[in-house]
Design a protein around this ligand. Structure first.
Ligand code: GYE
Length: 363
């Protein structure tokens, strides 16, 4: 064989290999791109595909664990877990992979609210019931999901605002002009209801934009803030629910504003980062600090920080949603009725009670 023909034949074979590999790729990507499920699917059990939005926070880890602990083999489930890594595109791929694998149920914890209709229609056409977890989706067709399990984020935001209202009132009545570290020590004004009417400078660390947790908590807090002319929201910026981004944005705030009274941080992980930023700037926060801190989630580490006086109050967001999911699937299996929308119970924890309240908590 002459040299030229040999080269052409080699090029042809290599080309064939490249085409074969490439044509297999779409099939592969359908197979659960980010699956962390190590066990085989057991089709004798109830097969559930779970698209979790990511692993950005302690709250998220507790939420994932709660689902995994509820949907065990012993309880009759075979669970396929996929981590969407903060990307809706990944999550949509994961859902398509579940449809391809003909699972019995799909659970989605959606990273953001919009853009789910197409893939949910595909699930419906395949006859697979979908349960929305933690955050919500924005759709005009509510029949695209059979149930949603989560928390009332708007109520959480409102609770934060109401706590601040109460706190400022208490500060006013317990006013002690000699108290050095008190940011309200120069309070001189008061309205007829006893509210502090001095200017209160507030900065907000928001969670992932367009997620239910960001939308609800922002709106809830703002609905209380507008009732108070003296509440001055200096800034709100996206900290993406992570410690690193929370720290970065807080550093920016501290460089820009020198009179911050209140930090509202829409989750604990951002709060942890923000506290680091405050301390590195040589400032104090929390119970005895200049900057009062309102946080959300109430995970275990936040209790440590409340006990240390660094966080004033934590509005709980309960991640233990697995048992309710298992219950709903059981109802669906038996053809029994259930509430389409359910919220899990939550509480408010203040620094002064953190030492006692933390007992009997599992996250
Ligand atoms: O507060 C935060 C997480 O959607 C309620 O997401 C959830 C939020 C939670 O990353 O820590």
């Amino acid at each position: 064989m002459n040299k030229k023909i040999k080269i052409i034949l080699w090029a042809f074979f290599i080309g064939l290999i490249v085409i074969a590999t490439w044509s297999l790729m779409p099939m592969k990507s359908l197979q659960n791109s980010e699956s962390e499920n190590t066990e085989d699917i057991d089709s004798d059990l109830i097969v559930v595909g779970f698209s979790q939005l990511g692993s950005e926070s302690d709250w998220r880890s507790a939420n994932t664990k709660s689902i995994q602990n509820a949907l065990t083999k012993e309880n009759g489930f075979s669970l396929i877990f996929s981590n969407g890594r903060q990307s809706q595109e990944n999550q949509i791929k994961d859902v398509r992979s579940f449809i391809f694998q003909e699972v019995d149920y799909i659970i989605i914890a959606p990273v953001t609210e919009t853009g789910w209709d197409t893939v949910l229609n595909e699930a419906r056409e395949a006859g697979i019931p979908v349960i929305i977890l933690d955050r919500m989706i924005d759709t005009e067709d509510e029949s695209l999901y059979v149930a949603s399990v989560g928390t009332d984020k708007y109520a959480e935001g409102k609770t934060a605002g109401l706590w601040l209202e109460k706190y400022l009132k208490e500060q006013k009545s317990g006013y002690d002009a000699l108290q050095e570290n008190d940011p309200f020590s120069e309070v001189t004004l008061q309205d007829e209801s006893g509210q502090n009417t001095d200017i209160i400078n507030i900065v907000v660390l928001e969670g992932t934009l367009n997620s239910t947790a960001q939308i609800g908590r922002s709106k809830g807090f703002e609905d209380i803030a507008v009732l108070h002319e003296n509440w001055n929201i200096l800034a709100f910026e996206n900290g993406d629910f992570t410690k690193a981004k929370g720290k970065e944005v807080m550093l920016k705030y501290l460089q820009k504003f020198d009179d911050i009274d209140i930090l509202v941080s829409q989750n604990d992980d951002m709060t942890f980062g923000a506290i680091e930023a405050i301390q590195e700037a040589g400032l104090k926060c929390g119970v005895n600090g200049k900057i009062k801190v309102i946080s959300f989630d109430a995970v275990s580490k936040a209790f440590d920080m409340m006990e240390a006086g660094l966080i004033n109050v934590d509005i709980e967001c309960n991640p233990l949603q697995g048992p309710r999911i298992a219950q709903i699937i059981e109802c669906l299996e038996k053809g029994e009725a259930f509430e389409k929308i359910s919220y899990v119970k939550e509480q408010v924890f203040e620094a002064k009670d953190a030492g006692i309240e933390r007992f009997a908590r599992s996250y």
